[in-house]
Design a protein around this ligand. Structure first.
Ligand SMILES: O=C(O)C(=O)C[C@]1(C(=O)O)C=C[C@@H](O)C=C1
Length: 385
């Protein structure tokens, strides 16, 4: 093992920005010697990653002779591994950076069997693609699809193992059309991803004075409306199916621009005019991971429920009361018109805990007795940063 006792752990204090830092004693470290240390560590990291990959194969064998990658994927185990990474972290790298590295390692370990096929709202360059890669790593095989409906269809048919769809934005609220898909789809929710979303105004020429129309997803236009009012009040705003689709269209004319993530601009060869231009600097979108099966508890889970209530006094109270009495936290409740019955409502409810574990399990058993229908859409690990 490398002896780390002499490494300066004081971060950048007293050092030069980047490059070689002076050590605690003030002497400049010898570049070749430091690089030799790094080479040694890289050798060890590489050997350990290879060893880990061999153990992951053994885990595969321990699970039995399963048919496909989807049978090896264990979101609850991945969440536990990542939470331990966060718990152990003492810097200097951030939790998010370490989580990203370990996700990639697990993604590569899993792909030894065969890569997972994951559908997302395409085309290439969307925030949905970024969310997919954040959750499944770059070894997963992404399938860009034309609409959220198509993501549901491809997962339901088995053409995709999983799907990633946007469900909520911190400044714009719930994406109702995504939630409504669960009214008719049998799919389950088996994960959630949170992504910080930075919007850029991009065009072929890169000149703001050329812009007469702006393509983007309606939600992205809404996330930037103050900026647009201030800087481009006269430009026409044209909502399209996705930000990347907006970028694809904007590459065809000098007077067009797109609002999208930087990646979409790179994919379609656009220049950044301005950005980030989202009105709120904590702009975050939450995505759901869709699958066909339920997974066991990870220790820190959330559960999404779809409840149709009978048309009788106090029906909603009788659903919420057992949750409160069992001490279950409720993160969200949304009512939607139920399909097929005029003036009947379905409630999307998100609560803390896993449906197979007490106290949620007990509360659900009580609710079941009152509600017209209680469907557990899925219990899944709370998003790791
Ligand atoms: O622990 C398992 O079940 C594994 O298959 C190993 C592993 C990993 O690399 O840690 C890989 C894929 C699974 O999604 C979870 C974890």
């Amino acid at each position: 093992m490398v002896d780390t006792r002499d490494i300066d752990r004081e971060g950048d204090q007293g050092g030069e920005a980047g490059g070689s830092r002076t050590d605690a004693a003030g002497a400049k470290p010898d570049l070749a010697a430091v690089r030799a240390q790094i080479d040694g560590i890289d050798r060890e990291i590489q050997a350990l990653i290879a060893e880990r990959a061999l153990f992951a194969r053994q885990v595969g064998r321990a699970k039995g002779r399963l048919a496909a990658a989807i049978d090896y994927y264990r979101p609850e185990r991945e969440a536990q591994v990542l939470r331990r990474v966060v718990d152990r972290n003492q810097g200097p790298l951030s939790d998010a950076v370490l989580v990203r590295l370990f996700r990639e390692i697990m993604s590569a370990c899993l792909a030894q069997q065969e890569p997972l096929k994951v559908g997302y709202l395409g085309p290439e360059g969307t925030f949905s693609q970024q969310a997919m890669q954040k959750h499944f790593g770059h070894s997963a095989h992404g399938l860009p699809l034309a609409s959220v409906e198509e993501v549901f269809e491809e997962v339901a048919s088995g053409a995709a193992d999983f799907g990633v769809v946007p469900v909520e934005n911190s400044s714009q609220g719930t994406i109702q059309s995504t939630l409504d898909m669960f009214l008719t789809s049998p799919l389950m929710i088996c994960g959630e991803v949170e992504l910080r979303v930075h919007q850029y105004l991009m065009s072929r020429t890169g000149r703001i004075e050329d812009i007469e129309r702006i393509y983007s997803h309606g939600l992205s236009l809404a996330q930037c409306k103050h900026w647009l009012r201030q800087h481009l009040p006269l430009a026409e705003r044209l909502p399209v199916a996705s930000n990347a689709e907006g970028a694809r269209r904007a590459r065809n004319a000098d007077d067009a621009a797109a609002i999208a993530g930087e990646t979409a601009g790179q994919v379609y060869g656009l220049k950044v005019v301005a950005g980030p231009i989202e009105d709120r600097n904590d702009n975050t979108t939450r995505f759901l991971v869709l699958g066909r099966a339920a997974f066991p508890p990870s220790g820190h889970d959330r559960t999404s429920l779809l409840v149709s209530i009978r048309d009788q006094p106090g029906a909603l109270y009788r659903i919420l009361e057992p949750l409160a009495r069992h001490g279950i936290s409720m993160d969200r409740i949304e009512s939607r018109p139920a399909h097929g019955a005029l003036w009947q409502y379905a409630f999307f409810i998100e609560v803390g805990g896993h449906a197979d574990e007490s106290p949620l399990k007990d509360a659900l058993a009580e609710i079941d007795a009152f509600a017209g229908e209680v469907r557990v859409l899925g219990s899944y690990p709370v998003a790791v940063p």
